[in-house]
Design a protein. Structure first.
Length: 160
C-alpha cells in the first residue's frame, strides 16, 4: 500500500483547513465562456503545490447581494497566476439570490474514502487536489464587479 512523504496511510490527513476568498476583484475575462482568458483575475482557494495534496469536503458560497453570480473552479500547476493554457475546469456554483444564503458545489465526484452508509449516498463526495496542483476560483465576469457585494467563496477539508 502506498503512503505519503510523511509515511501515513492513504486518506489520513495531517491538518484541516477552512479557506475563504473575497470575490470583489475576481473575473474570468468572459461573461459566458467557461474558458479562462488572459486578462482574468482569479484567486487561489487551495494551494497544494508544495505539500502532499488535499481533500475538499465542501466548497460553498455565501451571497452578499440579490445578484446571482457564477463561481468557476479550476485546477492548475501554476500558483502565481491562472494561465489559460494550464487551467483545467473543475466545476461551477451558481450563487443564491438572498443575502446570507449558502450555495454548495454539489457536483463533486465520489471518492474512495470509507464511509458509513447514511441515507441514499453510499460514498462521500469530495474534491481531491493532488500534490503539485492549485485550486483556483473566479467569477464568470468579463471585468470585476463594480460593487463590493460579490459572494464569499470558501472551501473546507484536510491536507495530507
Amino acid at each position: 500500500m502506498a503512503s505519503t512523504s510523511t509515511n501515513k496511510q492513504p486518506l489520513l490527513i495531517d491538518r484541516v483547513f477552512h479557506n475563504t476568498v473575497d470575490s470583489n476583484t475576481l473575473a474570468s475575462g468572459s461573461d459566458s465562456s467557461l474558458d479562462i482568458l488572459g486578462t482574468n483575475s482569479a484567486a487561489v482557494l487551495l494551494n497544494c503545490s508544495s505539500n502532499d495534496g488535499g481533500i475538499i469536503e465542501d466548497i460553498y458560497t455565501v451571497a452578499r447581494s440579490v445578484t446571482e453570480y457564477t463561481v468557476l473552479l479550476y485546477l492548475s500547476t501554476a500558483s502565481d497566476y491562472l494561465r489559460s493554457t494550464e487551467a483545467a475546469f473543475v466545476g461551477k456554483i451558481t450563487t443564491a439570490t438572498s443575502i446570507g444564503a449558502v450555495s454548495s458545489f454539489d457536483a463533486m465526484p465520489k471518492i474512495l474514502a470509507p464511509v458509513p452508509e447514511v441515507g441514499s449516498e453510499a460514498q462521500f463526495r469530495a474534491l481531491y487536489v493532488p500534490s503539485g496542483k492549485v485550486l483556483w476560483t473566479t467569477l464568470q465576469l468579463s471585468v470585476p464587479a463594480a460593487s463590493n457585494d460579490t459572494p464569499i467563496i470558501a472551501a473546507q477539508g484536510g491536507l495530507y
